[in-house]
Design a protein around this ligand. Structure first.
Ligand SMILES: Cc1cc2nc3c(=O)[nH]c(=O)nc-3n(C[C@H](O)[C@H](O)[C@H](O)COP(=O)(O)OP(=O)(O)OC[C@H]3O[C@@H](n4cnc5c(N)ncnc54)[C@H](O)[C@@H]3O)c2cc1C
Length: 465
């Protein structure tokens, strides 16, 4: 992914702003640019835009939205920013965290009110680390529907999206100003597009096993459930242009991925009182720290798998997820009317399972203390009929990337901004700090959608001069 000298560029066409990648970040940036009256071209490598966005649950956290107010939820951006900082132990960029938290509510309101996205507020449970109900997404809770809604909005706006356009080259002058991009077309030809600003919305490097091995060795052997076209191109171009990169060891994992389905079994079943055991029927970690860091815990267990153990009550909110209903249809969720049936359907040792259930119940009454530090007192004890799913830990997307400021401008190591390069979503340094434990649920799409919006606003400003 080279950066070539500006003098080699022979653009056939010129647009003010090129957006690379048509996932949530690229489409949000493009819609923003269009709304600002700035012409934009989106270049997408795949024949049909999908991205990791389509593989996700499509849930975006945001504070102070109209949808929250309609449900009587009092939230504010500072509280959201403090949740983000707390999860990352204060090791994320406070300025970017603050800017994103403050822009999150207005961005969701704009997507719903002005772009016509049919989003709703997820109710019934809060994700670990969020102090309010603030997940917004399509009613189906699938990223495919979020992507479809963004594409429909882009189509209504008449935004040009060129698919089968894999950007390979950036052309830049000595100051680092990008003057054109070169996209490889399916027939092998390179099309060169001149531009005044570029938004990097082509996600991180989860689809590049060499980079994963180098930066995130603990996930090198884990299954990657994200979009394979995300090969770290933004990182390569940015670094070649002299940009700083940060938190490259950070990622979103998931500790509850039923094999061989490669999609998350929602953590809601855990937050409502479910827990995980290993092949010996024993718990092994505090599930409430978060599903991301739990991926590594599951991979450390014998056979690299665990069982999610919960009951019909914990399952109720999960049924709102399309993916969960699919897991049920495909037989990934086992049902058991009693403890001995649960042992039989899972193959787990009944005595150990009984002891684990009894211990969790004791912790729930306050009579015992969980050795892993989880507080079970707010959860009702599990009761038959039980549910169980065999799961593993997986890598969903990388969270490290190009350093950006609160306006999504790509930064050099000295903190100065490159002249006309913006980044958001997985292309940019995320909000999770240096490791998997800093991932607060929704940080992926939060960075995609909100930094995408901020990148669009900055690009429009740059073009206006
Ligand atoms: C299974 C799963 C579940 C998830 N669930 C959630 C969730 O519920 N909430 C949440 O916040 N996050 C979730 N995430 C993470 C979330 O999906 C991502 O963080 C988010 O979609 C990133 O958006 P993006 O626009 O940056 O990237 P993408 O949606 O991946 O889009 C990037 C696009 O760039 C294109 N591209 C790449 N390189 C080039 C190139 N050189 N030229 C042209 N095009 C290129 C790709 O083809 C792709 O279409 C999940 C991820 C996975 C895998």
């Amino acid at each position: 992914m080279p950066v070539r000298p500006a003098s080699e560029a022979r653009p056939e066409i010129h647009v003010p702003v090129v957006v690379i990648g048509a996932g949530a970040c690229g489409l949000t940036a493009a819609l923003t640019l269009h709304g600002q009256g700035t012409e934009v071209l989106v270049l997408e490598r795949d024949p049909r835009p999908a991205g990791s966005t389509s593989l996700s649950a499509g849930l975006i956290p945001a504070a102070g939205t109209r949808l929250q107010r309609d449900k009587g939820i009092e939230d504010d951006p500072d509280l959201f920013a403090s949740d983000l900082a707390a999860k990352a132990h204060g090791e994320n960029d406070p300025e970017v965290v603050r800017a994103v938290a403050h822009a999150s509510g207005p961005t969701i309101d704009w997507l719903v009110g002005e772009q016509g996205l049919d989003l709703h507020l997820v109710e019934g449970f809060t994700y670990p680390g969020h102090s309010r109900l603030r997940m917004h997404g399509p009613k189906t809770q699938t990223g495919a529907d979020l992507e479809a809604m963004l594409l429909a909005a882009a189509e209504r706006a008449g935004i040009d999206i060129l698919t089968g356009a894999s950007v390979e080259d950036l052309f830049a002058d000595e100051s680092g100003r990008v003057v054109a991009v070169g996209a490889r077309r399916p027939d092998g030809a390179e099309e060169i597009v001149g531009c005044e600003a570029v938004v990097l919305a082509c996600n991180g490097f989860g689809g590049n096993p060499d980079l994963v091995r180098r930066h995130i060795p603990e996930m090198a052997e884990a299954e990657y459930c994200g979009h394979t076209s995300n090969t770290g191109d933004a990182l390569a171009w940015g670094q070649a242009l002299g940009a700083a990169a940060a938190d490259l060891g950070s990622y979103q994992g998931h500790g509850s991925v039923p094999r061989p389905h490669s999609a998350p079994l929602t953590w809601a079943v855990i937050t409502l009182g479910g827990f995980q055991v290993n092949a010996e029927g024993l718990r092994f970690a505090n599930e409430m720290r978060g599903y991301s860091e739990h991926a590594g815990e599951v991979l450390k267990q014998p056979g690299r798998f665990a069982w999610d153990i919960y009951d019909a009550r914990c399952e109720a909110p999960a049924l709102a997820f399309h993916d969960y209903r699919e897991f049920k249809r495909l037989g990934a969720i086992k049902e058991a009317g009693s403890l001995s049936e649960l042992a039989a359907v899972t193959g787990l040792p009944e005595a150990a399972l009984a002891a684990t259930l009894a211990e969790v119940k004791r912790c729930g009454t306050g009579a015992g203390t969980d050795p892993f530090g989880r507080d079970f007192t707010a959860c009702r004890p599990l009761a038959p009929p039980y549910r169980a799913a065999k799961v593993t830990g997986a890598l969903f997307h990388t969270q490290g990337g190009l350093a950006v400021d609160s306006r999504a401008r790509v930064l050099r190591p000295d903190g100065s901004a490159l002249p006309n390069l913006l980044a958001g979503g997985g292309a940019a340094r995320g909000l999770s700090g240096p490791s998997a434990w800093g991932y607060l649920s929704g940080n992926g799409l939060l960075s995609a959608v909100v930094l995408g919006r901020l990148a669009g606003l900055s690009a429009a400003r740059l073009v206006r001069g």
